[in-house]
Structure formats: structure tokens, C-alpha cells
Design a protein around this ligand. Structure first.
Ligand SMILES: Nc1ncnc2c1ncn2[C@@H]1O[C@H](COP(=O)(O)OP(=O)(O)O)[C@@H](O)[C@H]1O
Ligand SMILES: [Mg+2]
Length: 250
């Protein structure tokens, strides 16, 4: 379970998180929505302890993340797969080496038989062809690079998967493929997932619950159905940007 209680964070004078309350139950997939620059990535980084809050509490997997010691934090991070916003692949490494970086057990990391098997398994899980392991990021399409980033995130068998805008920059067809993948991995790997996105349509397809971050607060957290029924003006405003989309009519 992930729980943020009254989390506050400012950078200089800019208040980014202004008392955030946010929960993700075990096994659940929650989409974190919000306009660009509202602090979605900042919130996600609090969950893995990359950013410390000014005040408030972050509990993940029963641990008080912002008070973990260095070694405890390193161990804790091994339970989390993080898919970075831009993929963050190393251009100088082939796909095998990039995905290998996600293997957190040091002995396994050095065992090339294990590495080849595990990388092949993760590549298969994200629906990429087996021969992609020999390719370099520059030889792949945007959608394939995102999937390699996801393969790396799952390579260490995490309990939690955090995705930062996994569909940004993709055309609708490739965005749908990634959305389906997020959904399928949640089921097959029994992970607890948070997907940051500004794509309302994808969020509705994939998530068990949604959360809307606006002006430093979670304005609403609830099921897609509850969101559609909400008369909160901020929720309406955010949804209506996409309401002319025919996929919403159903
Ligand atoms: N390390 C940092 N130092 C200073 N400001 C930051 C830092 N990280 C993020 N910000 C600011 O916090 C705000 C929210 O950023 P971010 O979480 O990246 O937004 P988004 O919702 O688009 O992911 C932005 O104004 C950004 O410039
Ligand atoms: Mg962001």
C-alpha cells in the first residue's frame, strides 16, 4: 500500500504540493492526472524517496519512506520499478544491457546466463520481439523504447510499478498498446501501480481509481464512475477537455 498524508513540498517560493493526501491499495492501479507542471512527477519521486517532503508522511509497503537510512532506502527501492518520463535508456548500451540494469540482485546481475534469460522474459512480457535485445535505443521507435523502459522496470520483480507519463509523445495507437500493457502487467505480475498521465482517455481505460492533482492538492480520488458523476468544478473542467472524444460516449 502507498499512502501520502498531508504532504507538503515547495521549491524556493513555489509551493508544489500543498497538503497532498493520496492512497493506493495493494494490487490496485491508480492513474494520477493533472495539467502539466502541477507536480505529478514531484509526487511520484516522493514515493521512492528521491525527493523528501517539507512535512507530511509517506508510507509505502509499511515503511516511512522519508525517514529511511541510506541502506534501508536502497533496499526499499529494489521493491519498486520506476518508468521514467523520457524512458531514460542509455544510448551507448544495447537493449540487453539497458534491461539488465533493472536486475537488482547483485549476484544475479553478474550471472550472464540468468541475465539473458531474465531479459528475454521481460522483453516477452512487454510484447517485443526476441531479437530486439541486440539493438540500440536509436534503432527503435518511440513506442518500442517506452516498452524497453518498462521491461527494465519489471526486471527486478518489483511489488510496485510507478509510470511517469508512459504514453507521452506516442500516437493514439501506440499509446493504447502501452495502456493495455500497464493493465496486463498489473494482472500478471500482481503489482501495485501508479500511472502518471495527462491522458484522460488512457487513465479511464486502465485505472481502477483516478486521482486529480491540481493547485497542490488531490482534488478528488475515486473510480472512473465516480469521476464521471462528480460535480466538482475542477474535475469537470479537467474531464471536459476530452469529453468530445467519442470513446467517452460509451
Ligand atoms: N528539483 C526541482 N527543483 C525546483 N523546482 C522543481 C524541481 N522539480 C520540479 N520542480 C517544479 O515543480 C513543478 C512541478 O513539476 P513536475 O512535478 O515536474 O510537474 P508535472 O505535473 O508536469 O510532472 C514545476 O513548476 C517544476 O518546475
Ligand atoms: Mg512530469
Amino acid at each position: 500500500m502507498i499512502e501520502l498524508r498531508d504532504v507538503r513540498k515547495r521549491f524556493g517560493k513555489q509551493v508544489v504540493l500543498d497538503g497532498v493526501n493520496f492512497t493506493v491499495q495493494d494490487g490496485e492501479t491508480v492513474a494520477l492526472l493533472g495539467p502539466s507542471g502541477t507536480g505529478k512527477s514531484v509526487l511520484l519521486k516522493h514515493i521512492i524517496g528521491l525527493i523528501k517532503p517539507d512535512s507530511g508522511t509517506i508510507i509505502v509497503d509499511g515503511k516511512d519512506v522519508s525517514h529511511l537510512k541510506r541502506k534501508e532506502l536502497a533496499e526499499f527501492r529494489q521493491t519498486i520499478g520506476y518508468v521514467f518520463q523520457n524512458g531514460a535508456l542509455f544510448d551507448s548500451m544495447d537493449v540487453l544491457e539497458n534491461v539488465r540494469l533493472g536486475i537488482v540482485d547483485e549476484d544475479k546481475y553478474e550471472d550472464m546466463d540468468y541475465v539473458r534469460g531474465r531479459v528475454a522474459e521481460c522483453i516477452r512480457l512487454v510484447n517485443l520481439p526476441a531479437d530486439v535485445v541486440e539493438k540500440y535505443p536509436a534503432q527503435l521507435s518511440g513506442g518500442m523504447r517506452k516498452r524497453v523502459g518498462i521491461a527494465r522496470a519489471i526486471a527486478g520483480s518489483p511489488k510496485y510499478l510507478l509510470y511517469d507519463e508512459p504514453t507521452s509523445g506516442l500516437d493514439p495507437v501506440n499509446a493504447d498498446i502501452i495502456d493495455s500493457l500497464v493493465q496486463r502487467l498489473a494482472q500478471e505480475l500482481h503489482v501495485t501501480s501508479v500511472m502518471v498521465t495527462h491522458d484522460v482517455r488512457g487513465a479511464f481505460r486502465v485505472a481502477d481509481r483516478l486521482a486529480l492533482l491540481s493547485d497542490g492538492k488531490i482534488v478528488m480520488q475515486g473510480t472512473p464512475k465516480e469521476f464521471l458523476a462528480s460535480d466538482n468544478p475542477k474535475v469537470r473542467e479537467f474531464l471536459e477537455r476530452d469529453f468530445d472524444n467519442p470513446q467517452f460516449a460509451a
